[in-house]
Structures are given as C-alpha cells and as structure tokens.
Design a protein around this ligand. Structure first.
Ligand SMILES: [Zn+2]
Length: 126
C-alpha cells in the first residue's frame, strides 16, 4: 500500500514537471530561442509539492526538450503565517497551526503557497 501511495505522489509531481517544461518551451519558442540555459522555480513550503519527487520528475521531464542542458534552480519560499487575532507573523510549514503568541487557530498565509516559474534564461542565435 505504501508503494502505491508513493507512486501517486510521483505521478502528481511528474505532471507538474511536464507542465513546467511545456510552459518554458512555449516561452522559449515565442522568443525564437535555441535553448534554455537556466530556469528558476519558486516553490512555497505550503505548495503541496514533494520537493524530492519534483527534482526527480524534472530530470526526467527535461529529457529531449529545450531544457535538457538547463540549470534548474529551486527557490524554496518559507511559508509565513499571520495570526488573524493578534497579527503576529511567524514561519510555519503547516496549514493547521496555532499562533505562538496567543494560541489562536485563525491563521492566514502571507506566502508559501507559490509554485511558479520565476525566470528563464534563453540561448539565442544572435
Ligand atoms: Zn495570535
């Protein structure tokens, strides 16, 4: 059963990786780029991404693409919660968290849910 669950996670990250590669290739082609030399990804600690699974999936997904030789940089964004009662801000990796100051369970998140392509470095002909 544990193996089955792991498989689903890898599938999830693989589809995200394929999606990232498609988006970057699309952007590269629109600029008539030969290749992609570097991609910076932003991944929040609350994005739901299994980081090891994603890095593994990316090495598979770039094969045969314009990103094959690209350096992939993973910019991990530490999630920050803000207490809705006392406005205290604190780092957290958990959706179900209590405020360390007033123990309130009403927390919003300022950052940490991102999963995006921050920048792409292209190799062009000219
Ligand atoms: Zn609080």
């Amino acid at each position: 059963m544990a193996i089955f669950v792991t498989k689903i996670l890898v599938m999830h990250e693989l589809s995200i990786a394929v999606n990232i590669v498609e988006l970057v290739e699309e952007a590269a082609r629109s600029q008539q780029a030969e290749n992609v030399s570097k991609v910076v990804l932003e991944i929040g600690t609350l994005s739901g991404i299994e980081f090891d699974a994603l890095t593994f999936a990316m090495t598979e997904a770039v094969k045969g693409s314009l990103l094959q030789k690209a350096e992939i940089v993973y910019d991990i964004i530490q999630a920050v919660g803000v207490c809705e009662e006392c406005c205290h801000e604190f780092p957290t990796d958990d959706y179900f968290t209590v405020c360390p100051v007033c123990n309130s369970m009403h927390t919003s998140f300022i950052k940490g849910k991102e999963l995006k392509i921050k920048s792409i470095d292209l190799v062009t002909n000219d």
